[in-house]
Design a protein around this ligand. Sequence first.
Ligand SMILES: [Zn+2]
Length: 138
Amino acid sequence: MHSAEHILNQTMVRMFNCKRSFSNHIEKKKSKCDYHFERELTEKEILTIQDKVNNVIQQDMSVVEEFLSRDEGEKNYNLSNLPEGVGKSIRIIKIGDYDACPCSGMHVSHTKAIGKFKIISTNFEDGVLRIRFKLLDE
Ligand SMILES: [Zn+2]
């Protein structure tokens, strides 16, 4: 689930030039990510996002972790979503050459293990776009 969220975030950034989700709720069955956004997505955009995420998953990219010092981490990444006091080293999760982002959660080692990514619904309210998704076993 966590790995899927990273890919979804990077896909949103690339498609819409928006920021990664500012708030999310990741669970085994269903997850949701919230983005600061300007409008609701169209049906076509939702399908495009889904295709792009599944395309990355199908390429079976390796998911690796890398440790940086806090200084190096601050230079290259936005660390504001990390909990306080994560220590001196920052863990960066890299998904192939597609995405890299600091995270302390659990991840798969290869993207194919994520399964199939499906957007359940989206809604837009007060500048916030919410995307709900689930993962299907293949
Ligand atoms: Zn993560």
